[in-house]
Design a protein around this ligand. Sequence first.
Ligand SMILES: *[C@@H]1O[C@H](CO)[C@@H](O)[C@H](O)[C@H]1NC(C)=O
Ligand SMILES: *[C@@H]1O[C@H](CO)[C@@H](O)[C@H](O)[C@H]1NC(C)=O
Ligand SMILES: *[C@@H]1O[C@H](CO)[C@@H](O)[C@H](O)[C@H]1NC(C)=O
Length: 277
Amino acid sequence: MLSVDSEKKVPLPGHEPLLPDSEDDTLANEFEEPRRRRSSPRAKFLKLLPYLVHIILITVYSSIFLVLWRRGTTDQDALGIPWVQKVYEMNPKLNESTARLYLGAPTEELDESWSSLLQYSNIRISEEEIRHLDRLDQSVRFTDGSGYFAQMTVYHHLHCIKKIHHFLYLDHYWPNITSDDLALLRAHNYHCLDTIRQAIMCQGDTSLITFRWGHEQPVPLGNFSSPHQCRDWEALDAWNAERHVNVFEPGLVVHPQLGPAYAHLSDGEDVGVAVDH
Ligand SMILES: *[C@@H]1O[C@H](CO)[C@@H](O)[C@H](O)[C@H]1NC(C)=O
Ligand SMILES: *[C@@H]1O[C@H](CO)[C@@H](O)[C@H](O)[C@H]1NC(C)=O
Ligand SMILES: *[C@@H]1O[C@H](CO)[C@@H](O)[C@H](O)[C@H]1NC(C)=O
């Protein structure tokens, strides 16, 4: 049996009680003289040294930790949109999974699903937020002075998937397209595919797909059921819904020299993100 001799109280060095200062004025001072001499300022300092070193070390360590931790978190974490663990839906029958809402032959319902998914793409951010990004001098300010035009990147990615899906049904979405416009459309799709490629590599999902043997084919079969670290989509969409701006409101988004920005589009259309040529 292991016995622990814990009852034996050995005074630990540096743990004698310190004399309270309030007793300094009493007559007892005379009798305390030898002890006081032992506790000269230098001795007191030496006694406190381990504590001081610890406090300094803890402060330095905590500061480094906080700085690194802040750097490691993106601004989006500060938005208060929670993370959730999710298993992706992996139903090979498209018509029996959520995928049917966004993929397949064009229907009115399909177009409505996409339009509902992207409805909060255009948002307003505050002057403080655009200053924080250091973009005040290159911003698009709404003419009513309510804030500045922005889009959360995730909606741009979704817009890209939608456009690529449309490209699979070229005749439906772009009947009689000219070869020049087709070339432009192709270039836009390449831009979209490349953005999505970079986003996927950036987010680097490290969850594992495992394999098992099936009964009908010799190739190992995948199991995609590992959970992924995901943004809570409903919360994210709600965050954007609160800041949503109808950019088709007449006179709201107006180029200072060239006039209304979206006069050529119909209300509710995807405005996308244009870039300089
Ligand atoms: C999905 O499509 C398959 C084959 O096209 C069909 O057999 C099945 O009944 C469909 N399921 C639904 C829910 O429509
Ligand atoms: C496309 O062109 C065909 C014939 O060239 C024409 O009949 C059709 O109306 C056109 N469709 C559209 C949507 O312009
Ligand atoms: C994948 O593995 C999980 C256990 O983690 C299991 O419950 C599930 O049935 C598996 N799915 C497939 C398609 O093999």
